[in-house]
Ligand binder design. Structure first.
Ligand code: ADP
Ligand code: MG
Length: 201
């Protein structure tokens, strides 16, 4: 098994995150965790690229629909449909508009448990219920109800892969091999080396 420190995740500052001038704030939160930035670019994605990104995982349509229904029911509200796939069909169409509305910043971050740590600092999908202290909980205020009422995708500033397998597929979808840089960061010695020596003179 590969060492934990080699795990990587795909993170993207979405168009609203760029417009809110949060690129630096988001990068700062990843850096201070101890994760290592190994690839980064700004680009304007196409609708086709976005559709492929969200359907790389064949279960995404079902899971996202189910999560939305649960989000409504937890608040004692009626979801727009009881059929998860019907909900996600609309979400995907709206996501294509949202994610191509302006430039995004795509990044690959590497480090121990990169995927889970990243989801933790990003927070839950719906900003209304994302935990305080997370990126989505601290910097934006959208809800499923409001986005449905206005016929658009939930604006939640950032994307982060949901599992290590999803991450590997997404990284390949957004970056060529030669755009990802293998290098050593000095702080990794403190985070990962078995012997913490060579500090004292
Ligand atoms: P996450 O980004 O937290 O992994 P999903 O993969 O389930 O969430 O959904 C992808 C994106 O689609 C979300 O970040 C959000 O922008 C949008 N989205 C998800 N569910 C809904 C919904 N019910 N209504 C509007 N937009 C949604
Ligand atoms: Mg997801």
């Amino acid at each position: 098994m590969e060492h934990f420190s080699k795990e990587r995740t795909l993170v993207m500052v979405k168009p609203d995150g760029v417009q809110r001038s949060l690129i630096g704030e988001i990068i700062k939160r990843y850096e201070r965790m101890g994760l290592k930035l190994v690839a980064m670019k700004m680009l304007l994605p196409t609708e086709d690229h976005i559709e492929k990104h969200y359907t790389l995982d064949p279960n995404w349509m079902r899971i996202t629909g189910e999560k939305t229904i649960e989000g409504y029911k937890k608040k004692g509200q009626q979801p727009p449909s009881e059929d998860p796939l019907e909900i996600t069909k609309v979400v995907l169409a709206n996501l294509k508009k949202y994610m191509t509305s302006g430039p995004v910043v795509a990044m690959v971050w590497q480090g121990a448990h990169a995927v889970k740590i990243s989801r933790k600092i990003v927070g839950g999908t719906e900003p209304l219920s994302s935990d305080v202290g997370t990126i989505r909980g601290d910097f934006v205020l959208d809800s499923y109800q409001m986005s449905d009422m206005d016929g658009r995708a939930v604006r939640n500033l950032i994307h982060a892969s949901g599992s290590p397998e999803e991450a590997e597929n997404e990284i390949k979808h957004w970056f060529a091999d030669n755009e990802i840089i293998g290098y050593r960061l000095v702080q990794e010695q403190i985070l990962y080396d078995v012997n913490i020596d060579g500090i004292l003179e």
